[in-house]
Write a protein that binds this ligand. Structure first.
Ligand SMILES: *[C@@H]1O[C@H](CO)[C@@H](O)[C@H](O)[C@H]1NC(C)=O
Ligand SMILES: *[C@@H]1O[C@H](CO)[C@@H](O)[C@H](O)[C@H]1NC(C)=O
Length: 490
């Protein structure tokens, strides 16, 4: 979101905590007697097939659009529509806390206006695009400019928008109220307490109930930046856990300071997400035993990403690891920021609507992985995740295992339970000689590109049985079609 561009004190605190923690981890690892010849030994992987803590649904990965009308000039583009459809079904999270809805009028002109107002026509055009490509909208309602003097949210403008939308039969799957409240003080010099926000989502719930079209639409919250226990838990405990469909928070690994290429292949950077996701789950469970938890906005680096890194092949390590971490730890939905933002660098499309490497990675993940999630071992220098394979593309009972090797040496994995099993393999490497900073990604050695604005077939290769070697700086998906994993059969 545009907040990310501003000061980010909370994140910096949080990141320095993680940096200290990882430094400690680094020291203890360096002391390990096994460290010297680590890379020469195969990684023995045992997948815990008896038990699953989480299920990856077809909506596991969503995308946000931030606040912008950036897609407006492109909504009729066949290329954009093809790219968008390749991610369907998915949640699209869009909107801004500071927008005024001008439902009947025309668009005001003048500098700055396009960022702060939205006409009914623009709203309808966006929603028509979402319907065309099959995306399910979660809309961020504005709240920050429209509060009563007692501090409570004034829903009048939102009600006008809903009336207009109901008249036009626009479907809105879910809502969010405002964004990153724990940063409001810095940005807007106002403060909405978690208790007030809990009351406000109740007001929103009551308002949605006035409209048959939105009666069963959901609300999520509090959508704060990072995990601020006072805000996050305070909001849920104030009663909101009964109102929201999911407890939601935002995470970025890398803040506004020094950002180097090595950040993006660093195992300790990856650990930052595991820590924050764990905190979100612990805090939610302390209030509500069943409420789903969503990572409702996430990327690798704040402040628009890092040119030449978050838009390149190297970005995939943190992205794929985050998907693995969230799936394993019990997150229901992960919403990647951002789908398209031509003046920033963390979009999965570039400014000319061409796919960045993370687009292809996301499409492959959706096609390959779906269903129950299993624990898989690993080693401190690599990451391994396992889940059922997507039965849209593989037969029931198939198992998917994905392995990340963010090191400058190849790593061999010994998946000893499946040594003699046939397998399909998707090896993802840098798409050209630029290596980690390549604009492209290669699948089984072939650079992925659109063909006449359409996706090419994304076919695996049949790989030999036995151990699996993952090249330096690459990641691999394996599917074992004969695994007959009982949890994956149903
Ligand atoms: C309104 O939208 C719903 C959901 O897309 C659809 O099933 C229904 O047919 C639409 N109704 C009208 C009157 O167009
Ligand atoms: C990123 O790398 C730089 C330079 O190596 C380092 O100073 C910084 O702490 C790293 N950031 C994170 C979040 O690890």
């Amino acid at each position: 979101m545009h907040f990310i561009r501003g000061s980010h004190i909370f994140f910096i605190l949080c990141l320095s905590w993680i940096a200290t923690a990882s430094q400690n981890a680094r020291f203890s690892r360096a002391d390990s007697p096994h460290n010297n010849n680590l890379k020469d030994v195969p990684v023995r992987v045992t997948v815990g097939l008896q038990q699953s803590k989480n299920t990856i649904t077809d909506h596991f990965i969503g995308h946000s659009l931030g606040w912008s009308l950036n897609l407006l000039p492109h909504v009729s583009s066949k290329k954009l529509q093809n790219l968008a459809r390749a991610l369907t079904p998915m949640w699209v999270r869009w909107g801004d806390p500071g927008v005024t809805y001008i439902v009947g009028g025309t668009h005001p002109s003048g500098p700055g206006h396009q960022w702060h107002d939205m006409t009914g026509e623009q709203w309808a055009t966006y929603n028509n695009f979402f319907r065309t490509v099959g995306w399910d909208l979660i809309f961020i309602l504005s709240d920050e400019t429209i509060r009563h003097t007692d501090g409570s949210w004034n829903p009048d403008n939102a009600r006008q928008l809903l009336q207009y939308s109901a008249d036009k039969n626009i479907t809105i799957a879910g809502f969010e109220l405002g964004n990153e409240y724990n940063l409001y003080k810095g940005h807007f010099h106002t403060m909405v307490t978690p208790q007030q926000l809990s009351k406000d989502v109740n007001t929103l719930r009551n308002m949605l109930s006035e409209f048959p079209k939105y009666y069963s639409s959901f609300i999520m919250g509090p959508d704060i930046a990072g995990i601020d226990p006072i805000y996050f838990k305070g909001f849920l405990a104030a009663g909101a856990h009964n109102t929201v469909r999911a407890a939601s928070f935002h995470q970025y690994y890398i803040g506004a300071g020094t950002r180097s290429l090595s950040n993006f292949t660093n195992i300790h950077t990856m650990d930052g997400a595991a820590w924050m996701v764990g905190q979100a789950l612990v805090q939610t469970r302390s209030v509500d035993l069943l409420l789903p938890v969503w990572l409702s906005e996430t990327g690798s680096a704040t402040n628009g990403g890092v040119q030449g890194m978050t838009d390149r092949f190297v970005s995939g390590f943190l992205w794929l690891d985050k998907l693995g971490v969230c799936a394993r730890q019990g997150i229901e939905t992960v919403i990647r920021h951002v789908f398209f933002s031509p003046h920033e660098y963390y979009g999965i499309l570039d400014k000319d609507l061409n796919p960045n490497p993370d687009f292809w990675l996301t499409v492959l993940y959706k096609r390959i992985v779906r269903g129950a999630v299993f624990n898989a071992g690993g080693r401190q220098d690599v990451r391994v995740y396992a889940a059922c394979a997507n039965t849209d593309n593989f037969k029931a009972g198939s198992l998917a295992v994905y392995m990340l090797n963010p090191n400058n040496y190849p790593v061999t994995f010994d998946l000893h339970q499946f040594t003699h099993q046939p397998r399909f393999r998707y090896t993802l490497t840098a798409g050209d000689k630029d290596g980690l900073v390549s604009r492209y990604i290669a699948l089984n050695g072939v650079k992925l590109q659109l063909v006449n604005d359409n996706l090419p077939p994304l076919k695996p290769e049949s790989a030999p049985r036995g151990v699996v070697t993952v090249p330096a700086y690459s990641y691999t998906f394996l599917v074992f079609p004969e695994a007959e994993v009982s949890i994956c059969l149903h």
